[in-house]
Each structure stands twice: as C-alpha cells, then as structure tokens.
Design a protein around this ligand. Sequence first.
Ligand SMILES: NC(=O)c1ccc[n+]([C@@H]2O[C@H](COP(=O)([O-])OP(=O)(O)OC[C@H]3O[C@@H](n4cnc5c(N)ncnc54)[C@H](O)[C@@H]3O)[C@@H](O)[C@H]2O)c1
Ligand SMILES: [Zn+2]
Length: 384
Amino acid sequence: MTFASIEHAIAIPYQLRVLFTENAFATDNPLLRNLLCSKESGSRRKAIFYLDEGVAAANPQLVPQIQAYFQHHNEDLNLRGIHLLPAGEPIKNNTDYLKEIYAQIEEQKICRHSYLIAIGGGALLDTVGFAAATAHRGIRHIRFPTTTLGQGDAGVGVKNGFNFRGKKNFVGTFAPPFAVVNDFAFLDTLPEKHLRNGYIEAIKVALIRDATFFDWIESQANALNAFQPAAVRELVHRSAQHHVTHIATSGDPFEMGSVRPLDFGHWAAHKLEQLSDFRISHGEAVAIGIAIDTLYSQKMGYLDQASVDRILNLITKLKLPTYAPELEQKTADQQNATLAGLEEFREHLGGLLTITLLKQIGQRFEVHEMDTEKILQSIQDLPR
Ligand SMILES: NC(=O)c1ccc[n+]([C@@H]2O[C@H](COP(=O)([O-])OP(=O)(O)OC[C@H]3O[C@@H](n4cnc5c(N)ncnc54)[C@H](O)[C@@H]3O)[C@@H](O)[C@H]2O)c1
Ligand SMILES: [Zn+2]
C-alpha cells in the first residue's frame, strides 16, 4: 500500500501598514481608536502597553495621556496595563523581561484579538514584538517606534528578535505587526546621537536602491545636522517607504533565501556591536560597516573613487563614525576579530555567504566570497 503525499500551497495575505501622525494620544486624535476598532469585535478592545523607560522619562506626560485617551474612549477601549521596560540592548539580552511580558499577558487575559502595544526604541520593539508573536502563537501587535532608526527601518519591518549567547537576534520570528504608528512628536525628545542613527539606515537604503534619495540626503546635510523637523521627517518617511517597499516587493519578505540587501554594511556592524559589548550603537556600527564595504567595493574594482568619496564624506558630515578601535581586536589565534563577523553573518542567513556590495550609488549587487586581505586593507584605510 502506498500513500500519495498531500501538498497544498498556503497563501496568507498580509497588510504592512505604517501610519504617520503627531501626538497620537491627544484625546482628539482618532487614529489609534480607529485602528483598534478596525476589526469587528463583540466587546471593548483590550490593550496592554509596554513603554521604553527612556521614552517614558523624557515624556512624563505619556502615561497619564494614554490613561486619559483610554478613559475618553472608554466605550470602545479597555486598558489592561502600562508597563515600563529598560531601554536599549540590555532588554534583548535578558530573558527575565520576556517572562515578565508573558506573565502579564496571561494575567490580563490578553487574547489573540487583543492588542500588545509597544512604544520605544528598536530594542524594546524587537523584544515586545517577539513576545507578541509567540504568546498564544501571535497576538495583534502595534508598534510605536520612537527613534529615527525605528521609524525609518527597525520598526517598520516584519522581524522581531532577541539576543542569545552574545549573538544578536539569535532568537526571533517573522511576524508582520498589526500596524506601525510613526508619531513624529516622539522625535522631539530623542537625543542627538540617536537622531543621527536613523540617518545611516536612510543612507544605506539610498545606496542600495535610490541614487536620487542619496542626492537629497546630501543636499539636506546641513538641515539634518541642525535636526530641522521638516528634513528629519522627510528622511524618515522616505526611508520607511523604501524599507516597506523592499520587504513587500522583493519576493522574499521572510528571508528564505540568502540575499539580504537591507543588511548592506551589517556583517561588520553586528560583529562590532558585539565586540564593543554594545557600547557602539547599531546606527554607529552600521555607519562603520558601510564605510568598510564601500572601501572594499572600490578595492575590488566595483565602485569608482568619486562615489567612495561622496559616501564617506556624507557619513562624516553627518557626524557618524567611520572607525572604532574595536576593529583592531584580535582573536586568541591572532586573527582580526571583526572578520569572524562574516562567518557569523553567513550562519545567521543560512546557506551560501551572500554579501551586498555597491556598483554605483543606488545600485547594489551580491557576492558570495570576500577577500580577507582586502577587508583588512579597507579597515586600515577607514577615515579616523
Ligand atoms: N527588527 C528589525 O528588523 C531591526 C532592524 C534594525 C535594527 N533593529 C534593532 O533595533 C535596535 C536599535 O534600535 P534604536 O536605534 O531604536 O535604539 P534603542 O532601542 O537602543 O534606543 C535608543 C535609546 O534612545 C532612547 N529613546 C528612544 N526613543 C526616545 C525618545 N523618543 N526620546 C527620548 N529617548 C528615546 C531609549 O530609551 C534608548 O536609551 C537594535 O537592537 C537593532 O538590532 C531591529
Ligand atoms: Zn540596521
């Protein structure tokens, strides 16, 4: 007796929604209420909030505003708690925080039709997103990124992640959030260093997809250095647009293949973050990683010198780093420690090593091996 195999394709339509607003928790701003009520429900919509402690400290009115908002919309909405969590990478390194979130979800009877709302930097969104994607196998999740990096890149994607054994994002899932709300008012309290971190992900996406956007960022360098809201907001909006379009149209939203253009410059960046014990922020590390892969593209004869100069000048002009002493760290067998980032990147992607490089500004291509000597020369030649 033989049994025929059973196979069926499953197509699941996802809607990747990024909404833009200012002061989402003003009682006369209907955006969040309408979002929470956009799906049919027999009862008031339950929501539990997780706030980045740094954001809450910089916005002391935030907790009372959320309470007032839910009170104002009491007929439709049901607030099940507001919890503060530590900011930045430490939250992604400690499983106690995940356990805390799971426990609160269970205690508050947050079901698959309820909402887990996260407000904060990329690290908090990654952690809460992971909890939302895994508790009950997936609770509706709304993200409010509060950094330029989050609003333009980290927060608008479909990934979440948690660090394990010192490895960035070793644990995580692909889970499109119910919606992303980019509230520009949060950027008013964001420290300058973090404002700049979002600039580099915009430069990255311009380098791999859109030379015109790169020209625009160059033309706005003074305005961006002065943190003029119009320039910062346009940069964030265009960056988010590119990231979402890439995810939605590249044919590989859940990264089944090994091609990862949005990770241009990231193989070295992830390693640097780790080597520095996260002293170097993600944005700073990406700036250095992009500088390395730009110089490498030139040394291999792919990219012309004039483009290299433009890229390095723009990074420097926006006061982002192009070098860190951690790049000189050696392993026990006297190898350059940054180079181990290549193999770790391959492991993380799975399959064949695939690195995105540049042919021109706005035009990328992929290679499957890198010349170690030329990487080391690129590191030597970094502006410092
Ligand atoms: N999931 C993804 O696809 C993806 C993509 C890129 C990056 N990431 C992750 O994102 C993280 C980096 O995120 P990040 O750059 O947003 O930094 P972050 O989460 O480390 O936060 C930066 C700091 O700024 C503070 N802060 C945030 N918003 C503020 C505001 N509006 N006002 C005052 N202070 C504020 C935070 O409290 C924190 O101290 C990294 O863990 C990275 O791996 C994830
Ligand atoms: Zn990044």
